[in-house]
Design a protein around this ligand. Structure first.
Ligand SMILES: *[C@@H]1O[C@H](CO)[C@@H](O)[C@H](O)[C@H]1NC(C)=O
Ligand SMILES: *[C@@H]1O[C@H](CO)[C@@H](O)[C@H](O)[C@H]1NC(C)=O
Ligand SMILES: *[C@@H]1O[C@H](CO)[C@@H](O)[C@H](O)[C@H]1NC(C)=O
Ligand SMILES: [Ca+2]
Ligand SMILES: [Ca+2]
Ligand SMILES: [Ca+2]
Length: 317
């Protein structure tokens, strides 16, 4: 009956797809979750953040099935590695919980030999090795990790992917999202990348207008907080070479198609360090402090890579 329903759904609702997530994740029908191994090592904070920005969770072996799946994934690529799990005691030493809240005592996994030992009283993060054993390790170490996303039934997929905050602007035929939670330039860059996008690049007067309109619609949604709300990061900077501005894809602003700064900019406003690119509410450019969190705009092309579909369940399976 369930599969019939699924088939029915597929037939009658083109843009509602059963089990769509991201193309860089693999679906496991056993656990009904999506997994992605991130082999580039990161510290715990960065690992957690990247999974979160991708719409997923730093994976923990919360059930025997998920543990088995994680071990299979590791066996394929990193049998000798220990990966970070989402289990940590960052807030209170010894109180280990998976990110989803599952306490360590409920997890179906044994400790590695001589673990846990809270070495130097500084081991607050839990790793999993290829044998399926846990160990406590320093959160500052860098390790590979697995992100996972639990299937939540029907997902709406637009030409801009699964994230409903991206919208397609017909004027430029690009997808945009205004992030109202402020981040510094490098984190903003990372957040766009995690969404399969990049910090917006203004390629024409028309696109500046598109971004200005988006800014106008987003300003009311900006989160509370003491940060500059008149500027949002977009994809250009000067690499620390004062005012030699290039897009994050390497073009000069003129080559990219838009180089209108505000009347007093660029000004490398004291104390300096305005090496990163932003757009203001009127759609003109401003050099801004890379380390000061502000809102930001991501851009991507519409298309199938913006989201992908789970294996299709027909009436027979
Ligand atoms: C991983 O590989 C080891 C050795 O090849 C094997 O003993 C173990 O059963 C494998 N585990 C999984 C989950 O595939
Ligand atoms: C993790 O690495 C980032 C740089 O990618 C750094 O800014 C941060 O301080 C590190 N955090 C910890 C807890 O080591
Ligand atoms: C950006 O923010 C992150 C997280 O708050 C921090 O670790 C990093 O050092 C900041 N980078 C810069 C260049 O300010
Ligand atoms: Ca240890
Ligand atoms: Ca563009
Ligand atoms: Ca400025």
């Amino acid at each position: 009956m369930k599969s019939c329903l699924k088939y029915f759904t597929l037939l009658f609702s083109l843009y509602f797809t059963e089990g769509a997530f991201r193309c860089d994740y693999t679906y496991s029908s056993k656990t009904q979750t999506w997994f992605k191994l991130v082999s580039l090592p990161a510290n715990f904070t960065d690992a957690r953040l990247r999974c979160t920005l991708e719409g997923a969770v730093l994976a923990s072996p919360t059930t025997p099935e998920i543990l088995a799946e994680m071990r299979t994934i590791m066996n394929r690529s990193y049998p000798e590695y220990e990966i970070f799990t989402g289990i940590h005691a960052i807030f209170s030493p010894g109180d280990f919980n998976a990110i989803e809240g599952t306490p360590l005592s409920k997890l179906p996994v044994p400790w590695a030999k001589n673990e846990p030992d809270n070495k130097d009283n500084n081991e607050r993060c839990i790793t999993l090795n290829g044998n399926g054993d846990l160990a406590d390790r320093r959160c500052e170490e860098t390790r590979p990790y697995i992100c996972y996303h639990a299937e939540s039934g029907q997902a709406e997929v637009s030409q801009c992917g699964i994230d409903p905050e991206y919208y397609l602007d017909k004027r430029t035929n690009k997808c945009y999202k205004f992030h109202t939670v402020p981040r510094n330039f490098s984190r903003a860059f990372m957040a766009c990348a995690a969404e399969g996008a990049h910090l917006a690049i203004v390629n024409s007067n028309l696109e500046a207008t598109v971004l200005k309109d988006l800014y106008g619609r987003s300003i009311g949604r900006m989160v509370q907080g003491d940060f500059q709300k008149d500027y949002a990061f977009i994809g250009f900077h000067d690499w620390g070479e004062l005012w030699d501005f290039r897009t994050i894809h390497g073009q000069t602003l003129k080559e990219a198609g838009y180089n209108k700064f505000g009347p007093n900019d660029p000004n490398n406003q004291p104390p300096g360090g305005e090496s990163c690119g932003s757009i203001d509410r009127n759609g003109v450019l401003n050099d801004f402090h890379c380390d000061r969190p502000v809102g930001f705009i991501c851009e991507k092309s519409p298309g199938p890579l913006s989201g992908c579909q789970a294996p299709v369940y027909g009436p027979d399976n």
